[in-house]
Design a protein around this ligand. Structure first.
Ligand code: FA5
Length: 366
């Protein structure tokens, strides 16, 4: 026992004198480690008679407790002083001037989404959202594309391998049009909304990417006709591109969910390596760019969404947000939008402080 007391005294002294956490760990191993002197002392209990053990066991445990406690206390002390030293060494000089250029910028797609919302809010539209993981019924069937409809094949759909618990096929939505169905079912008519968001198709080249952005527009009310659609799109594009000489071409087209259907092209010219909107696409040096699809909502779609198609009519459109961003800000490759290259963002990005407003201009450059 006296030997143990001696060992304890010198261990406590060594612990107290440990200059670093590593030195302290060495002391811990020497005392409490598997082959440490405390552990060896505990092992001797097995060879003792019951009376001897009754006396020795609590004494050894007490030594063990005292050593462990001393180690913990010293450890806390060493850690606190290490933190103190770090804090003292890592000072920053608050008198240094702030960086001249603020870091970080808003992605052009986010900026354009804010611009869209600002312009359409002024026309009385609210903003709706829907899930990107969609079921077959909302993405296709309720939009008048039943399972055998050939238009389904044009969407290059990403399907999930497993079905939902109710047996529905699940997919990444191929357009924002399912938000039309969800919103009409929830709100009924009349309705006036836009729905911007991500959509997915298995498609890739300079003007197509597997993930891109669309903005859906939907207006359902009494006595709505194609003239309302044309006026809305023209008014929107003039505000968006901030010029009056925007010429739209509405081309007859086909979508299962609109009847009649029209594709929307805008006139532009090439100035250097930059496309600039404006003017008639058939003039010299001008051309047309397709920005989206639109039309009068097919009455079968209104019926699928539970709306009285004898009382209400509607128009809808779906525009490619990335395409209109390219046209407005003069970019020529859509794939760069999603490379995440900070140099591209530094060039095309927007200041976080530059919130689009109708009064200050929806497209102010940083
Ligand atoms: C549609 O997606 C219809 N839902 C649009 C619509 C809505 C029509 C409401 C009628 C009523 P479309 O597949 O043509 O239509 O796509 C619309 C626009 O999205 C295109 O004009 C184009 O600007 C853009 N777009 C389509 N595919 C891609 C892609 N892979 N990458 C980038 N933009 C794309």
């Amino acid at each position: 026992m006296t030997e143990l007391t001696d060992q304890k005294q010198s261990a406590l002294a060594a612990i107290k004198a440990s200059p670093t956490l590593d030195a302290l760990e060495e002391q811990r191993v020497a005392a409490l480690g598997k082959k440490g002197w405390v552990s060896l002392a505990l092992k001797t209990l097995g060879q003792m008679g019951p009376d001897e053990r009754k006396e020795a066991a609590p004494a050894i445990q007490a030594v063990r407790g005292e050593v462990a406690e001393a180690i913990e206390a010293k450890k806390a002390k060493l850690e606190a002083s290490a933190l103190e030293a770090q804090l003292a060494a890592e000072t920053i000089d608050l008198t240094l001037p702030a960086p001249e250029q603020p870091k970080g910028s808003i992605h052009p797609v986010s900026q354009v989404m804010d611009e869209l919302a600002e312009i359409f809010a002024d026309l009385g539209f609210s903003v709706a959202t829907g899930p990107e993981i969609e079921d077959d019924w909302h993405n296709f069937t309720a939009l008048n594309m039943d399972e055998s409809h050939p238009a389904r094949a044009m969407h290059d759909t990403f399907y999930f391998p497993d079905k939902a618990s109710d047996g529905a096929s699940m997919l990444l939505r191929t357009h924002t049009s399912p938000v039309q169905i969800r919103s009409m079912k929830e709100q009924g008519a009349p309705i006036r909304l836009i729905a911007p968001g991500r959509v997915y198709r298995s498609d890739s080249d300079a003007t197509h990417t597997p993930m891109f952005h669309q903005v859906e527009g939907l207006v359902v009310d009494e006595d709505i006709h194609l003239g309302h659609l044309k006026w809305t799109l023209e008014t929107f594009f003039k505000a968006f591109f901030e010029r009056e000489d925007i010429v739209l071409r509405l081309r007859p087209s086909y979508f299962p969910f609109t009847e009649p259907s029209v594709e929307v092209d805008v006139g532009y010219s090439n100035e250097g390596d930059r496309r600039v909107v404006g003017g008639h696409g058939d003039d010299d040096g001008h051309d047309w760019m397709e920005l989206g699809g639109s039309g009068m909502v097919n009455r079968r779609v209104l019926e699928f969404a539970g709306i009285d198609a004898d009382k209400y009519q509607g128009f809808a459109f779906g525009l490619g947000i990335d395409r209109i961003a390219m046209l407005k800000y003069g970019m020529n490759d859509l794939r760069a939008f999603f490379d995440g290259d900070p140099r591209w963002l530094a060039h095309y990005g927007f200041s976080p402080f530059d919130q689009p407003t109708l009064s200050a201009g929806v497209g102010v450059r940083p």
